[in-house]
Every structure is written in C-alpha cells, then in structure tokens.
Design a protein around this ligand. Structure first.
Ligand code: ZN
Length: 210
C-alpha cells in the first residue's frame, strides 16, 4: 500500500546537487507499522520534498532555506525534533530496528532533552523517515546550518548511543557515524571526546534499570 501522494512541484536549491532543482512535493500519511506493533493511522499528514534529479528527500523547510539564501538560517524546527529525526535516520540506516535500540533512543532523549520520549512519538518519526527514505547524511547536510556547537555535541551523543545500542555497530551505521563528524565539522579529537562522554552513560543507574 502506498500512502504517499504527489501534491505539486517546487523549486529549491538541492543540498545534494548544490544547484536549484525541481522538487516533487509529497504528502504522506504516517502509520505506525512494522517496528511498532499497533498499525494505527496518525492524524496529521507529513509533507516533504523529493529532488527529481538525485531523488534526495528533504523537509519542507528547504523552501524557506532557498528563498533566504543570503540570510542566516533561522531555527524554524525545534531542536528536539531534529534530535529525534537524527536518531531515527541512523536506526533505519541498516534497515532494521531492534527493541534495544528503541530503549536506547528513549534513554538518550531523556538524558539530553530532559523529557520523556514515548514509543509512539519515536514510532511516528521512524515511520516518516522510512517513508521519505531519508538517509543520515542527507538529513545532516540539509539541517546543519541551524545547529550550534552544543547541538552538534548532542546529536553525536544521541546517534552514537543509539547506533551502538545492540553492542555492535553495523557497517552502514559505522559509515554514517564517520560521515557525521565530517558533515558537522567536528574534529577527530573532539569526536573522540564526545564518544567518551557518551560511554559514561553506561554508569547512569537509569540505564542499568532499562
Ligand atoms: Zn538533487
């Protein structure tokens, strides 16, 4: 079943192609499927753009970005949502989501944002990312302008923690993590420092309970 429909076209600078391209605007109705047992249609539809040349998929904020190229990018997406999206892309990078990764994402979110992340919220974002076929690098390239150093640190922590939750890091995810440092302009030393900070989370009593 395809719940995605084409609703129009738009011009924008494609972060992949580096030039203005025609985008298909798509509208998808999210369902909690496959990884998140209940198969429930969720109320609001989610729109996104797909480049007709490279097939890269991007959020609707790409349009704002293109029309104000010379202005500093305003943060129109709350960071919490970016963090969620980042975790979802890396979880889906190797095609499967394990129970232990869901728990890891919930834990990382709680540690970094200080709020509880429900299974349904995470499921909705994973579903959307899956539907958009959005890759980690695509997402990071598109959104990196709106993050400061602290945001970047948190993104690395959340993504590293989630990707390594099952005790081993798959090849696909390892490649995505390597690209992460590069795209976010984080030096190797700083990256290692952040990973070490994140490994400290294993000492958190809440983690041991999970
Ligand atoms: Zn493109």
């Amino acid at each position: 079943m395809d719940w995605t429909s084409n609703v129009g076209n738009a011009f924008a600078i494609c972060p992949n192609c580096g030039i203005q391209q025609v985008f298909d605007q798509k509208s998808s109705r999210p369902f909690l499927t496959i990884y998140f047992i209940p198969c429930v249609p969720l109320g609001r539809t989610l729109d996104y753009l797909q480049c007709t040349v490279c097939n890269g998929t991007f959020g609707m904020e790409l349009l704002q970005l293109s029309t104000h190229v010379s202005q500093p990018m305003q943060s129109i997406v709350p960071f919490e949502e970016d963090l969620l999206r980042a975790m979802a892309t890396i979880m889906l990078e190797d095609g499967g989501i394990e129970e232990v990764e869901i728990a890891a994402a919930q834990f990382a979110y709680q540690r970094l944002i200080g709020k509880e992340l429900t299974r349904d919220e995470l499921g909705e974002v994973c579903d959307h990312v899956e539907r958009m076929k959005q890759t980690t690098t695509n997402f990071l390239r598109q959104a990196e302008d709106r993050w400061d150093d602290d945001h970047r640190r948190m993104l690395v922590q959340a993504m590293f923690w989630t990707a390594s939750a099952s005790g081993e890091i798959s090849q696909e995810r390892s490649a995505a993590l390597t690209a992460l440092g590069r795209i976010l302009s984080i030096s190797e030393d700083r990256f290692r420092e952040i990973v070490a900070m994140t490994l400290d989370w294993h000492n958190d009593p809440h983690h041991r309970l999970a």
